[in-house]
Design a protein around this ligand. Structure first.
Ligand code: C2E
Ligand code: CA
Ligand code: CA
Ligand code: CA
Length: 279
């Protein structure tokens, strides 16, 4: 049976941790882990391109398994999405994030950007509005800007329901970012309909800096497109000085990547963000 499951997984192109691949009911294992509080947030800094000042963070989920240690999200998020557990898992991640950031939020500099990855299924539920409201209620007005990252890979069909949902989210001050931009196939009218606020240029484009001229041409076209759309741009996967200079010269507003900081557990992230020596 395990061989068959593994084969099915391989055919579906879904990689998963052996814990899940060998479990007779992987979604029960995820549910157990959720109840045990094993899904925790890591924080990766988001910097302004000129000053490199930390102006926010993306929240990245990790599975802190009692025996296996830290499990990467690509090994369990696909299963969390297909089983529908991603919605309560994201809700729990937002709850933990608010609990960790709220006590120090007045020292984060105001308008601190908090990016949360949201699965398409979550955008099919009114609960998303409630989840965002609960998150924002943990803070004083203006302390944080909540930004929902929707991936371009998993195309969300805009309709009357999502129109109303995003209108309500915008009304609350929540921003929408289109993640992995350039890897999907969204049209201009699509971006307009979704009322996207930020575009996150996928790291595969940033990795083209320093490579061949044709690749650079593709990256430049993506940056030009962002400028024409008058959207704020975040480049992800910035790893070296050459990429930093290239993107800065082209007025990419915000940057994220190992050059500035890797995803960190809350205590380490906050120690740096608040510029205090680590405990
Ligand atoms: P993503 O949303 O595109 O997140 C960025 C990924 O790039 C993260 O991987 C991050 O650690 C990695 N990264 C950041 N800077 C660099 C860099 O300079 N170089 C390289 N090579 N990589 C960099 P991570 O944390 O393993 O997350 C992988 C993916 O899992 C995320 O991609 C996102 O799609 C998904 N994910 C993570 N957390 C959540 C979550 O809470 N909910 C949902 N629905 N998906 C999540
Ligand atoms: Ca993201
Ligand atoms: Ca991304
Ligand atoms: Ca990605």
């Amino acid at each position: 049976l395990f061989v068959l499951l593994g084969l099915l997984g391989a055919l579906a192109g879904v990689g998963s941790h052996w814990l899940l691949a060998r479990s007779s009911s992987p979604s029960i294992e995820l549910r157990r882990a959720l109840q045990a509080g094993e899904f925790i947030p890591y924080f990766q800094p988001l910097v302004r391109s000129g000053t490199q000042q930390w102006i926010g963070a993306e929240v990245l989920m990790r599975w802190q398994h009692p025996r296996e240690g830290l499990v990467r999200p690509d090994l369990f998020i696909p299963l969390a999405e297909s089983s529908g557990l991603i919605v309560p898992m994201t809700r729990e991640l937002m709850r933990q994030t608010a609990e960790l950031l709220a006590p120090v939020a007045d020292r984060l500099g105001g308008g601190f950007h908090v990016g949360i990855n949201i699965a398409a299924a979550h955008c099919r539920s009114r609960e998303l509005v409630e989840d965002c409201r609960n998150f924002l209620q943990a803070f004083e007005p203006g302390q944080v800007v909540l930004s929902l990252e929707l991936t371009e890979r998993e195309l969300l069909e805009p309709d009357a329901f999502t129109d109303q949902l995003f209108a309500d989210l915008h009304e609350m001050g929540v921003k929408i970012a289109l993640d992995d931009f350039g890897t999907g196939h969204s049209s201009l009218s699509y971006l307009h309909k979704l009322k996207v606020d930020y575009l996150k240029i996928d790291q595969s484009f940033v990795a083209m800096i320093g490579k061949d001229a044709l690749s650079l041409h593709i990256l430049d076209s993506v940056i030009d497109l962002c400028a024409k759309l008058q959207l704020e741009v975040i480049a992800e996967g910035v790893e070296d000085e050459l990429q930093l200079r290239y993107l800065g010269d082209r007025r990419v507003d915000y940057l994220q990547g190992y050059l500035f900081g890797r995803p960190l557990p809350a205590a380490e992230f906050l120690a740096c963000a608040l510029d205090e020596p680590a405990a």
